[in-house]
Design a protein around this ligand. Structure first.
Ligand SMILES: [Zn+2]
Length: 435
């Protein structure tokens, strides 16, 4: 009885939401992808074997040139987006194609966290698992984009789809200022109707997870000033509380009054306090000097914050600012906020993409893909465009050990990810545009 109901419910769901079986041309793409999985893995090996730490401009350029060759093979116009010399980054590879209907932005990155000093770790495979620097984060994702486009081309479905492939060259260590290093990237996001990120897919608890949201990541610096004096004068009318008690009051109030909203976290990462304080937020490093018998003059606290939405970020910032303004006697305090990644909020548009992807996963013989808890993964380049377009991330391969020398990918997840991406783009491109 329950089973009958479940099947019925699934049937109604599939009729009303998205097809949970493959059409003949989707099956044709899937078969082509299976037949060419080895070619995709060969391309992965070719790019993993080129070391490309974010600061290794020659290596990033070399990986970018391989990806340009591949994008051009499916008819995209490609270019290097150059960065100013003082930024010390290789730039980005963009590939474009005109068309009509929904506009897609597909996102990868050419660089890895591993610089030359981290030693070399070329591609190695036992037929099931492959290892090597960047094999998982995210040279596999770059390859998945190319092979999804090839599969679409194979069945004649790539034809009219407007596309922008953006391979950034500095995802792991973004060039500053972001207003320059992410300028064209954000413009592409404004152009696109749908942005798809091909970083590693999430698979745990026997479940494939869809990444519909990621929290913002930003930083704050709290500076507190007090009146330096002999410690015997502390708390008296002329001296007041000193900078360290005031900093403690502020942090404690952050803990009591700002903490608690779902998906909001903030962290005090480092603190310097005393009579002489020096801190460089860019280097996360500082020094302090003080004496137990001197009321401290200064405190600097450097912290981070993550939020699920811009509204939550602003709410938290104004609550913190109000606390900072209260002040114990003879102290002053100020807080500054620096943006890094904006939030990728779980919008209705993103959840619609998740439902499409989930149906495709079922059509491919796997289970539905629920939306991942946004606390379970960090921010990424797709966050910069998420405020401007529907977005879905985590469309890459399955593996682990990202940002460690032991990173690996399950090779069978590569054709799976290519199929998901090709079918997703195909289905979405057949839907009418809303604007
Ligand atoms: Zn990474």
């Amino acid at each position: 009885m329950i089973r009958t109901f479940t099947i019925l419910a699934a049937l109604i769901y599939s009729l009303t939401v998205a097809a949970e079986s493959l059409s003949p041309e989707e099956q044709e793409m899937a078969d082509w992808i299976d037949a060419h999985a080895d070619d995709a893995i060969a391309l992965l090996k070719e790019t993993v074997d080129i070391p490309s730490g974010s600061l290794n401009k020659v290596g990033v350029r070399a990986v970018g040139d391989v990806m340009r060759r591949e994008l051009e093979s499916v008819g995209l116009d490609t270019e290097w987006i150059e960065m100013p010399g003082e930024m010390n980054r290789a730039g980005h590879v963009f590939g474009r194609k005109d068309g009509s209907g929904k506009k897609f932005m597909l996102i990868g990155h050419l660089d890895t966290v591993f610089e030359i000093e981290n030693g070399s770790r070329p591609f190695a495979s036992d037929g099931e698992i492959a290892t090597g620097h960047g094999v998982y984060d995210m040279k596999a994702g770059n390859v998945i984009i190319v092979y999804a486009l090839k599969a679409l081309q194979e069945i004649g479905a790539l034809g009219d789809i407007p596309l922008m492939v953006a391979y950034t060259g500095d995802e792991e260590k973004s060039g500053r200022p972001l207003s320059i290093s992410r300028k064209e990237f954000i413009e592409a996001g404004k152009w696109a109707d749908i942005a798809l990120g091909f970083e590693e897919a999430m698979y745990f608890d026997d479940t494939d997870w869809a990444t519909t949201s990621r929290r913002s990541s930003s930083r704050w610096v709290l500076t507190v000033e007090g009146k330096q004096s002999h410690s015997s004068n502390i708390f008296n009318e002329e001296t007041g509380a000193g900078a360290i008690f005031e900093a403690a009051r502020i942090l404690d109030a952050f803990y009591d009054e700002v903490r608690g909203e779902e998906h909001l976290t903030f962290n005090a990462g480092t603190i310097q306090g005393g009579t002489e304080v020096d801190y460089d937020p860019g280097k996360n490093r500082g020094t302090s000097f003080g004496k137990t018998n001197v009321v401290p003059r200064k405190v600097i606290v450097h912290g981070g914050m993550r939020t699920i939405s811009q509204e939550q970020l602003e709410r938290a910032r104004s609550a913190m600012t109000a606390i900072v303004a209260e002040n114990h006697p003879h102290t002053t305090a100020s807080i500054t906020f620096a943006d890094s990644y904006p939030p990728m909020s779980p919008t209705e548009g993103n959840l619609a993409l998740q439902r499409e992807l989930s149906a495709i996963n079922v059509a491919l013989g796997r289970d539905p893909m629920p939306a991942l808890d946004p606390s379970k993964r960090g921010a990424a380049d797709i966050s910069y465009v998420a405020p401007h377009t529907d977005a879905l991330a985590g469309l890459g391969g399955i593996g682990g050990g990202g940002h460690t020398p032991d990173e690996y990918i399950e090779l069978s997840s590569i054709p799976l990810a290519i199929k998901r991406a090709a079918i997703l783009i195909h289905r979405l491109s057949q839907q009418s545009t809303t604007d």
